[in-house]
Design a binder for this molecule. Structure first.
Ligand SMILES: C[S@@+](CC[C@H](N)C(=O)[O-])C[C@H]1O[C@@H](n2cnc3c(N)ncnc32)[C@H](O)[C@@H]1O
Length: 264
């Protein structure tokens, strides 16, 4: 594979650039509704406990961690993008949350000690990681025996051609996107590592297209390609996996989320 065809070539730089930009828009509910909506749904899958020592890998600004803060004893966010961590630290300080910590590091090989946590979570990160297996390994490594792991991410369609088209459109929108998990893949990865899967929950999020593009600050030419693909599908063209529809004259689409809970 040449650097031109290898999607992971230059990825660390693209990732930092993308999330330095998105650190500003991530928590704007109108733009980043995927991040701010569905937190209670995720809490229901996580089932946090008051004595949990928790870690959130690739936890960004700590939206999940701050939402869990009153429900667990402590939670540490690990993320590689300094701007995300800075925004998270500011928000946690403003909210007076002393039990949420932020550590700069790689979610696939963090500086944290093994088996130190009763709960390890990761949300919306797998599709940015060149080797998702390494992120599953790290979730397992950090969790003590009997502890729980919860992974939530976008999932692609079952049909592989549609899934590939969908990934390509996600990459046009945000060039740090690599590959979505396929349905059930998180459960299979956890089982393969000896964990016991306790729940797989699915949910769709219906959302308007334009704020999604704006949240990532997608360059105009690339945003046009995404719009065109959705318009074509509405006109009878090939399915994009984004399940476009119109509401009040605006283009909307539908993302599928999958949250997988397991015990180690
Ligand atoms: C879409 S954001 C999600 C942030 C957070 N998990 C949430 O749901 O609010 C993806 C985050 O993953 C981080 N990330 C991606 N790959 C990473 C890696 N290998 N190590 C640490 N952080 C990573 C990015 O810096 C970014 O903050």
């Amino acid at each position: 594979m040449t650097p031109d065809t290898d999607p992971t070539s230059g990825h660390p730089d693209r990732l930092r650039a993308a999330f330095t930009t998105q650190s500003v828009t991530m928590e704007d509910a109108a733009l980043g509704m995927a991040f701010t909506a569905g937190l209670d749904w995720l809490v229901d899958v996580i089932q946090p406990r008051a004595d949990d020592l928790a870690v959130d890998l690739a936890g960004g600004t700590g939206l999940v961690a701050r939402h869990l803060a009153g429900r667990v004893r402590s939670i540490v966010v690990v993320d590689v993008t300094e701007a995300m961590l800075r925004a998270g630290r500011r928000a946690a300080a403003a909210a007076g949350l002393a039990t949420v910590g932020f550590v700069c590091g790689d979610a696939t090989g963090s500086p944290l000690p093994s088996a130190a946590f009763s709960l390890a979570v990761s949300r919306f990160a797998m599709h940015h990681v060149p080797d998702p297996g390494a992120l599953f390994d790290e979730l397992l490594r950090l969790t003590r025996p009997g502890g729980r792991i919860v992974v939530k991410d976008l999932v692609a369609a079952d049909d592989e051609t549609v899934a590939q088209r969908h990934d390509a459109l996600e990459i046009l929108r945000d060039d740090s996107h690599l590959l979505m998990l396929r349905p059930g893949e998180a459960a299979r990865a956890l089982i393969a590592r000896g964990a016991t899967v306790t729940r797989v929950a699915r949910r769709d999020l219906d959302r308007p297209l334009e704020p999604w593009l704006e949240q990532a600050r997608t360059p105009a030419g690339r945003a046009d390609q995404v719009r065109r693909a959705l318009e074509e599908e509405l006109g009878g063209g090939p399915p994009t996996g984004l399940r476009p529809h119109r509401r009040d004259g605006q283009l909307w689409f539908r993302h599928a989320w999958e949250a997988t809970a397991a015990t180690r």
